[in-house]
Design a binder for this molecule. Structure first.
Ligand SMILES: [Fe+2]
Ligand SMILES: [Fe+2]
Length: 163
């Protein structure tokens, strides 16, 4: 890929945030199509929703395994970290529901839309509170960027799901 190397772990994670936001926007555009065009969009919705769920699952696992534990130790803000982890739990419940549903289901759009709102809120807290605190700490975020990249390769290779 021609994209430049993210400068640290926070940058890498925020690139994920931006990428998934684009997917949610593409999904929202399908939801807003006039009724007559809705039915043929089911395949596209399924594809986008699967990609959203997969990307978020990998992202959450990367944060939970590699980013959150040392950051929690370093920034000494347990309530911020606890809230982030509870938000991950909430997102995972919605992701599991979406993965077991069909786009023809009346609740499918609502589940994806609410997941997007949920992720927006969570990302805002990471971007404006957690990342600045992590960058101000002694955690080596450049070394962590490399660990995140290596782990992502493993996770995406194991999945069998096209990235
Ligand atoms: Fe997160
Ligand atoms: Fe994140």
């Amino acid at each position: 890929m021609a994209t430049s190397q993210p400068k640290d772990a926070c940058d890498l994670l925020d690139d994920d945030h931006k990428a998934v936001k684009k997917l949610f926007k593409a999904y929202a555009a399908l939801v807003e199509l006039p009724g007559s065009k809705k039915k043929p969009t089911h395949d596209k919705k399924r594809e986008l929703a699967s990609k959203i769920c997969f990307e978020l699952t990998v992202h959450a696992q990367l944060e939970e395994e590699i980013f959150y534990p040392p950051v929690r130790k370093a920034i000494k803000d347990d309530s911020l970290m606890n809230e982030a982890e509870v938000e991950h739990e909430g997102a995972k419940i919605l992701i599991a529901q979406i993965q077991s549903m069909n786009p023809a289901d009346a609740m499918f759009d609502a589940k994806v839309t609410v997941l997007g709102e949920y992720v927006d809120h969570h990302v805002k807290e990471e971007r404006t509170e957690m990342f600045p605190k992590a960058r101000a700490s002694k955690v080596d975020l450049v070394k962590m960027r490399d660990a995140l990249q290596a782990r992502r390769v493993e996770l995406t290779a194991d999945s069998g799901v096209p990235a």
